[in-house]
Design a protein around this ligand. Structure first.
Ligand code: UDP
Length: 450
């Protein structure tokens, strides 16, 4: 059994919400392939492990940590509530689980890898006297604003004017206060998540390396600033291009066949990620826009479309559209028929759009989504935000028409195609992500528990 026979033991602490554990696990699988004689213990909540952890991994084993929920807790729709409970339970739940892991395996821990959200990773690593690598699963630009939150707060205050540009940060003059993650300069800055992220900047400078799921050319100037900030800042992505995952695509709803019946670059693909469903009036606005424009659409929508969408919409558009509860998104975006991606601007979605060379329309909700949206629109130029930041019938129509039917849309497609080439170059032998990954493997391989 290779997990138990390994000579080195790495413990991995995942953030169990949104699409965080998946890229961390992809990263760990890639490391596992590159580091023989190393076993990985992957710690997340039971719910997260159940949905993200495949059964048959050789040298990586999952362990459950307590989710912090009170007995009998029922989810009532506030997405932040389970996160806040979980953050009250950390790091004690992880420490407890680490003890269990060491006891069960009989192997001391040589190395710690965590989601970069976990500022306490520095303290756990110190206590165990081992090195720590933090994986930031979002964009370098989002990392940059978090590790500079004190400076930003100093210049713009708390709850100051929203349209103020961040001109005091180099290469941020096109980003506004409104684009910053909630809790950074507005909202409840003392809530558990913003408080943790605020501590992250100082903690991450104690990490042996900070890695990220991006590639250097995507936001080079920001990457260079972060390299000055951290001793070892390594862009090792995008994971969707390097991923070792060989799992077969689940397409039980026949979306890829359906895509194949459509013309090149004609289909609107809609998905707001794994967590969010837009409010009813915005869903309705999007439906009206789709119906009036008569664009074919594929929509990944959880819940019950009959109840959530306007009366008769499904029947009236049945020859034009397809709605599924979950889609093989990466494959859909790689399909030649897809023409535009209506998204919440989640980081994995941005990377998958680049991989498929599909321009985006972003309706951001929380976290880094506003910043990603703004960057997609004004820094990279391969997509659009929406006027007022929300979905309206006219706004959605205008954006879809621009991307699918205009010269400007073609230019966006060209811009994103250039990004795809840069991403491919980065993960090739001698490419920046590939070289950065080798640096990381050396770091991990040369460490033995004293
Ligand atoms: N996803 C998918 N099928 C769906 C909806 C989403 O495979 O129907 C995947 C998508 O490919 C991406 C992830 O879920 O990898 C969403 O990640 P992102 O960072 O964009 O958003 P989050 O889920 O964290 O809000």
């Amino acid at each position: 059994e290779s997990y138990r026979n390994a000579s080195k033991h790495i413990v991995v602490l995942a953030f169990p919400f949104g699409t965080h554990a998946v890229p961390l696990l992809n990263f760990v699988r890639q490391l596992s392939d590159a580091c023989p004689h190393t076993m990985f213990s992957f710690l997340s909540t039971q719910q997260s492990n159940n949905s993200t952890f495949p059964k048959n991994l050789d040298k990586i084993k999952s362990f459950n940590v307590w989710d912090g929920l009170p007995k009998g807790y029922t989810f009532r729709g506030n997405l932040h509530e389970p996160v806040d409970y979980f953050l009250k339970a950390v790091p004690r739940n992880f420490m407890k689980a680490i003890d269990v892991v060491v006891f069960e395996t009989g192997k001391p821990i040589d190395f710690l890898i965590t989601d970069a959200f976990y500022a306490f990773g520095a303290d756990i690593a110190d206590e165990l006297n081992i090195p720590w690598v933090a994986l930031w699963t979002a964009s370098p630009r989002a990392l940059f604003v978090h590790v500079n939150s004190d400076i930003i707060r100093h210049y713009v205050g708390i709850n100051g004017p929203k349209d103020k540009p961040l001109h005091f940060l180099p290469h941020f003059s096109s980003i506004r206060v409104a684009d910053l993650p909630n809790g950074l300069t507005s909202g409840d800055i003392d809530a558990p998540m913003p408080a943790l992220l605020n501590k992250m900047g100082v903690s991450l400078s104690r990490a042996a390396a900070v890695a990220t799921n991006s590639y250097e050319d995507l936001d080079n100037t920001v990457v260079n600033m972060l390299k000055l900030r951290f001793s070892t800042f390594l862009n090792v992505g995008p994971f969707n291009l390097v991923s070792v995952s060989s799992s077969t695509v689940d397409d039980s709803h026949g979306t890829l066949d359906w895509m194949s019946k459509h013309e090149a670059a004609s289909v609107v693909y809609i998905s707001f990620g794994s967590v969010i469903t837009p409010p009813p009036h915005e869903l309705h606005a999007l439906c009206e826009a789709l119906e009036e424009c008569e664009f074919p659409y594929l929509w990944s929508l959880r819940g019950s479309p009959e109840k959530q969408l306007p009366l008769g919409f499904l029947e009236r558009t049945s020859s034009k559209g397809k709605i599924v509860p979950w889609a093989p998104q990466q494959k859909i975006l790689e399909h030649p028929s897809v023409g535009v991606f209506v998204s919440h601007g989640g980081w994995n979605s941005v990377l998958e759009s680049i991989n498929g060379c599909v321009p985006m329309i972003c309706r951001p909700f929380f976290g880094d989504q506003q910043l990603n949206t703004r960057t997609v629109e004004v820094v990279w130029g391969f997509g659009l935000g929406l006027e007022g930041g929300t979905l309206t019938k006219e706004g959605a129509k205008k954006a879809m028409k621009l991307i699918l039917c205009s010269q400007e849309g073609k230019k966006m497609r060209e811009k994103i195609r250039v990004q795809k080439e840069l991403a491919c170059k980065a993960v090739k032998p001698n490419g920046s992500s590939n070289e950065n990954f080798k640096t990381l493997v050396k770091l991990v391989s040369n460490t033995y528990h004293q």
